[in-house]
Design a protein around this ligand. Structure first.
Ligand code: MN3
Length: 205
């Protein structure tokens, strides 16, 4: 007897309040971003895979073979994964700094944290239109990149592939209410709320 296994993805719970990242990210933006945008990617992804049989078991499995799937899974699967990661790598806990093997890799790959910040900011400013900038792990080193739309570095279609450890959302929905056209200010503010402990945990995985 053939069984149909229906896979479905859950919108993860936010670990902090909508207002927790104030004044860097305002509460209204967080609320809309999570309850509308991320929820839509999740629902649309589930609709795109409903009642179909796939070999994939995890979102990462889908992304690594995304060239085999239709554009709806690419856009919504990317949107689902990217926002899951985004909520995790931001924190209301002030004053975190990279340390340990992560700091070693930052120093050997970029020179210093300042150099990493410059490279990350340049990639984020240089992304035309909507997309993401990334810090990705390739072996024991780190690389900065950016992708359009909801693509990400796990995808087999990405220009620069690797495992994401840090990301910034460059869609206007991520910053327009507070920063309007001032993307540079948003990127500078974002740098103040990075959860370096989580970035380090992902780097060490
Ligand atoms: Mn977004």
């Amino acid at each position: 007897m053939e069984t149909t296994r229906t896979l479905s993805f859950m919108l993860p719970k936010l670990k902090y309040d909508y207002s927790a990242l104030e004044p860097f990210i305002d509460a209204k933006t967080m609320e809309i971003h999570y309850t509308k945008h991320h929820a839509s990617y999740t629902n649309n992804l589930n609709a795109a895979i409903e009642s179909k049989n796939f070999e994939e078991n995890t979102i990462e499995d889908f992304l690594r073979r995304i060239s085999q799937h239709d554009v709806s899974i690419r856009n919504n699967g990317g949107g689902y994964y990217n926002h899951n990661l985004l909520w995790e790598i931001m924190t209301p806990v002030k004053g975190q700094q990279p340390k340990g093997k992560l700091l070693d890799a930052i120093d050997s790959s970029f020179g210093s944290i300042k150099d990493l910040k410059d490279a990350f900011t340049k990639a984020a400013m240089g992304r035309f239109g909507s997309g993401w900038a990334w810090l990705i792990k390739r072996g024991n080193s780190l690389v900065v990149s950016s992708t359009p739309n909801q693509d990400n570095p796990l995808m087999d279609v990405a220009e620069i592939q690797g495992v994401p450890v840090l990301c910034i959302d460059l869609w206007e929905h991520a910053y327009y209410l507070k920063y309007q056209n001032r993307r540079a200010e948003y990127i500078e503010a974002f740098w103040q709320i990075i959860n370096w402990d989580e970035v380090e945990r992902r780097f060490n995985m």
